[in-house]
Design a protein around this ligand. Sequence first.
Ligand code: GLU
Length: 506
Amino acid sequence: MNPRVRFAPSPTGPLHIGGVRTALYNYLFAKQHGGTFILRIEDTDQTRFVPGTEEYIVEAFDWLGFAFDEGVNVGGNYGPYKQSERKPLYKQYAQQLIDDEWAYYAFDTPDQLDAKRKEYEAGKKNFQYDCTTRLAMTNSLSLSKEETEKRIASGEPFVVRFKFPENEEILVNDLIRGEVRINSNLLDDKVLFKSDGMPTYHLANIVDDHLMEITHVIRGEEWLPSAPLHVMLYRAFQWNAPAFAHLPLLLKPDGNGKLSKRDGDRLGFPVFPLQWTNPETQETSSGYREMGYLPDTVINILALLGWNPGTEQEILSLDELIKLFSLDKISKSGAKFDPEKAKWFNHQYIQKQPVAELAKALDSQLKEHKIIAPLKKVEWAVVMIRERVNFLTEFWEQGHFLFEEPESYDEQVVKKRWKENTPDQLHGILNILSSIIPFDKVKAHDEVVAAIQQNEWNLGQVMNCLRLSLVGAAKGPDLFEIIKFIGVEETGKRVEKAIEKLTMNG
Ligand code: GLU
């Protein structure tokens, strides 16, 4: 089997992480089976088009690092891959359905449909355009052939609607949910072709999946209600239907409802892969990339939201995921997004990341602060501080003192630790440090500790004051490693500066 699968977003705004997960599952499935992964842009609804979305989608997948084999961005033998560029193609299929009596012209104006809805509401009923109501409406089933032709010839706007057969059990075979059955009487005669000459999502989606020889449709659960119509369309065209797999919803952290586009910044974590600025309102929504997440983290988190390998292993690389993924281990119930877990994953991935990659992040943060440092030093700093870093964006915060002297000193530490004899003690320590040539971290530690003991000084107090002088706070990696990094001379300068500032204050 060489499956052909597609990710088919509509360019109606930035890509939600639920969409990224759908794409990921399609990708894993395709790669595992030596198949083809396609990006198709479904932009038939011009009223919902948001400029910049398509570029955003392509950039997001570039960042995540999983490539499409065919699609808007890469081309392929089944193009064009953007539905608006395929416009001339769909009409004949709508015509075919009309000719075969699977569809009909409908002339009802928006006002008339509205009036109908209101009339039903007044009787506490819901109006649905279906087998029970269609003959009371204005369409080619209720009008004579001549009247229909006359209206079309005179240019009267029309839509084409699907004609569901009466009282038929429609079966959708879903790879995740099993058999889903629904009676056709419950379904409305969906519009397939609009008065603007464009197909709707339903028609274009089926025609394209057929023409692009899609074998598996793997998509979000929100499309399950459309699946019976899609199954019927395949039957009407006498085409083989692809296999369907509807993925469970991503839920809010508390499990109460679907994780929506709005939830992210409200709940304090991103729901988009990249930051997005709404072109109309200029409102910005945060993205995983800008928040300092690694693409591997995002892939790993999303892979496990709705699927698991059936083992305890949680850290899974893309290659491992490709090997382990299977549609039958996807759960039917929604998966709760856990922001704390996301942070944990990112911490783990930062520890696994090649130093050179992390150095790029620190280097650009240094440059933002107008600091140019040799690559070797940047990499060394990364090794020292990565353990304390959860997000790429935190390298500066956790390691700035390796590249600049402190401007201020944590007041609480000063109050607790800085004593009258501190300057003398620190001078003593500086003497020891400068006597060790070449500098050796272990030797320095041992000699400093020995001197403190000999003088009966308080070890914690002295060490904390030394750290305070170098870092500005009681935090950071191993003190003697910091001294080695900045050098004994710089250590001396920082200690003198601290003595001057803190003694003056005192
Ligand atoms: N264009 C649909 C969307 O935006 C695709 C649904 C499908 O995969 O069939 O999600």
